[in-house]
Ligand binder design. Structure first.
Ligand code: MN
Length: 260
């Protein structure tokens, strides 16, 4: 799938040269010299689509994964990074989407993650109120150019090139909270070519979804449309062209991509 098809299939493209200023809530349309698509995701059981504002990701949120990345999970507060919204690759349920092996890397890794999507925002949200912001859930892959992430990290430079590149966020459709409930435990696994690589339980997350939202809201004002990749369990690893990744979270349909 080329870039144009990606946008047409996964994003609602604003027609002509009119764009609504959604991020500020201003309803009137403004003239622009070209259209920039608003990235949206299907909402299961609805004809509405979920508009994605920001993609936040939490790092090292499972102890065994933190250890395999060379850090001590007991002493580290949560930390976050972002992917650009147009890094999203929507993967329809029941399909195996072609996912392009990205440039510049020789060590391309999968990370299977629960994704919480927000329907409300705020600042300094207490943990016991944080889940009130959740609109629903889905699952996704935090695809990572591990060699570039490490190379930049070793030099104390931003690791953006390893994490925040085009198509780095394959993701499923949004499931409304009232259909799924909150995800506090349950199996999360990932297979490559049918062989289990990652297998853990969501209850092993160091920082729960509620705690992630609360912590994030201390650093950033959160808004409806923000989504949060909640971290990956241990045993991340590489894929090459031709590999098929399948990931699962109890209560959600599986997500599959083929590396091409
Ligand atoms: Mn991750």
């Amino acid at each position: 799938m080329d870039r144009r098809n990606f946008f047409q299939s996964s994003a609602l493209v604003t027609s002509g040269a009119l764009a609504a200023c959604a991020s500020t809530g201003i309803a009137n349309q403004v003239k622009t010299p070209f259209a920039v698509p608003q990235v949206t995701l299907p909402i299961v059981g609805s004809d509405e689509r979920f508009p994605v504002r920001r993609i936040y990701c939490i790092g090292r949120n499972y102890a065994a994964h933190a250890r395999e990345m060379g850090s001590d999970p007991t002493r580290e507060p949560p930390f976050f990074f972002q992917k650009p919204t147009d890094a999203i690759q929507f993967v329809p349920t029941g399909t195996v989407a072609n996912h392009p092996y990205p440039p510049l890397t020789k060590n391309y890794h999968y990370e299977a993650e629960l994704v919480a999507v927000l329907g409300k925002g705020g600042r300094d949200i207490p943990v016991d109120k944080a889940l009130d912001l959740v609109y629903g859930y889905t699952l996704g892959l935090d695809m990572t150019r591990r060699d570039l992430q490490r190379f930049m990290g070793d030099q104390k430079k931003p690791w953006e090139i390893g994490k925040s590149f085009d198509m780095s966020a394959p993701i499923g459709a949004v499931h409304k909270l009232e259909k799924t409930g909150h995800f506090k435990e349950g199996a999360i696994w990932l297979k490559v070519n049918g062989v289990t690589k990652q297998s853990a339980d969501l209850k092993q997350m160091i920082w729960s979804v509620a705690e992630q939202i609360s912590k994030l809201s201390e650093a950033f004002e959160l808004f409806p449309g923000d989504i949060i990749y909640s971290g990956t369990p241990e045993n991340v690893g590489p894929v090459v062209r031709g590999d098929v990744i399948e990931m699962h979270i109890d209560g959600l349909p599986n997500l599959s991509v083929k590396i091409v």
